[in-house]
Design a protein around this ligand. Structure first.
Ligand code: NAP
Ligand code: ZN
Length: 368
């Protein structure tokens, strides 16, 4: 067996973990720049806890709360110039994947001028230290070296990836996710599922990522079966979702994602479909595609999730994220071409060609 495994983020998990271990902030700098969205940090309670912790440690801070969902390059450049202006020496990202990813790009741009071409290529200098505080349970960005940004020039989402972008520490408090609207809870949970499945079935899966994804799938399957519009999501389920999403993040940090995420980016960019939902709409057909080539791997994943077959999983997903629309022929063509330009496609086992990608879109979403 050959294995190389690296996960440098200190994970601090549990109710009140940020309050209880506030001293952690003091290990990473003396001037903090907080990167967040419009409301997530406030609604979750994470901002109040962070401000209290920084005040207690006498660490001056400034807050940037203008991160948009699926942040653009222009959006993070504004935040980075404020961070520089404030002379911040560490960055705290509070929110879902959007603010956490923005925080990583800000940490990099605060120490280095990178034009749009070199932003996704490097070479990179060491960014400012990053602390992540997730308020959604789905992206796992708190434990990955990825920052997914929207590039409006190329009209797609791109992955800024470098080992130095792993957060130094992450505070995961399930109670920060208690105010999440139902649709965000569902979409983000499905994003975590997508990470775990794609990683498990990836050509890059290794002994550690497999171990981690099997546990993530074991937790996520029953959670998705339990979540229902008719009742509030329990704390226990929220705790499991946050833990599983972190595990799935640790797995994609090793393996990357695959064709599902690559196809989902076009749906998010051109159809404004939420990231997790975009993946979720494609998962069932993706599983059928893999099943024709590697039925045993698919069975193992289904078994871990406690689903009897792909169709059972499909029914649960359809119920949570119904789809009553279709693509046009020209969208099908454009989205498929764009998918092929995304790096993660080659992680899919077997690697799909353009005809496979078109078939996947067509079967998953319909074409009028
Ligand atoms: P998000 O875009 O961060 O947030 C979605 C919505 O939920 C926003 O309106 C946000 O409000 C709101 N929200 C967040 N936390 C809340 C809370 N506790 N209570 C109430 N509302 C809350 O969604 P996400 O799905 O977590 O992140 C998606 C992004 O992450 C995409 O750009 C995706 O490509 C990226 N991603 C990154 C990785 C990685 O490894 N880095 C992996 C997967 C996905 P605000 O606008 O106020 O924040
Ligand atoms: Zn994702």
């Amino acid at each position: 067996m050959n294995l190389s495994y690296h996960m440098p983020t200190r994970v601090i998990f549990g109710k009140n973990s940020l309050r209880d271990q506030a001293a952690e902030f003091g290990k990473h700098g003396n001037r903090a720049f907080i990167v967040t969205g419009k409301t997530s940090a406030l609604k979750s309670g994470a901002q109040a806890d962070t401000e209290e912790a920084l005040s207690m440690l006498s660490i001056p801070y400034r807050i940037y709360n203008g991160v948009m969902p699926n942040p653009t390059v222009a959006n993070i450049r504004i935040a980075a110039s404020e961070a520089k202006d404030f002379k911040a020496d560490f960055i705290i990202g509070i929110g879902g994947g959007s603010p956490m990813d923005a925080a990583k790009a800000v940490a990099l741009l605060a120490v280095q001028d990178l034009d749009d071409a070199s932003l996704f290529k490097g070479p990179y200098r060491d960014p400012l230290p990053i602390i992540a505080v997730p308020t959604t349970a789905g992206t796992g960005s708190e434990v990955t070296p990825y920052s997914i940004l929207t590039d409006t020039k190329d009209e797609t989402k791109k992955n800024l990836s470098h080992e130095s972008l792993y957060p130094k520490a992450a505070f995961l408090d399930p109670s920060y996710t208690e105010m999440l609207p139902f649709d965000v809870t569902v979409n983000t949970a499905i994003d975590a599922l997508s990470h775990a499945l794609e990683s498990f079935l990836s050509v890059r899966a290794n002994a550690m990522s497999t171990l981690i994804t099997l546990e993530a799938l074991r937790l996520l399957g029953p959670c998705l079966m339990e979540i229902d519009h008719a009742r509030p999501v329990s704390y226990t389920v929220r705790e499991r979702l946050l833990f599983a999403s972190m595990l799935a993040g640790m797995a994609i940090a090793q393996t990357g994602t695959t064709v599902v995420h690559a196809m989902g980016y076009a749906l998010t960019y051109h159809r404004n479909i939420d990231h997790g939902k975009a993946n979720g709409l494609l998962i069932t057909e993706y599983m059928r595609y893999i099943r024709t080539h590697y039925p045993e791997n698919v069975l193992r994943a289904l078994d871990a999730m406690s689903f009897g077959n792909v169709e059972d999983l499909g029914r649960v997903l359809e119920n949570l994220i119904p789809w009553n629309d279709s693509l046009t022929e020209s969208e099908l063509e454009m989205f498929s071409q764009k998918t092929l330009t995304v790096k993660s496609v080659v992680n899919t086992k077997p690697a799909p060609g353009i005809a496979d990608i078109k078939r996947l879109y067509k079967r998953a979403l319909g074409v009028k």
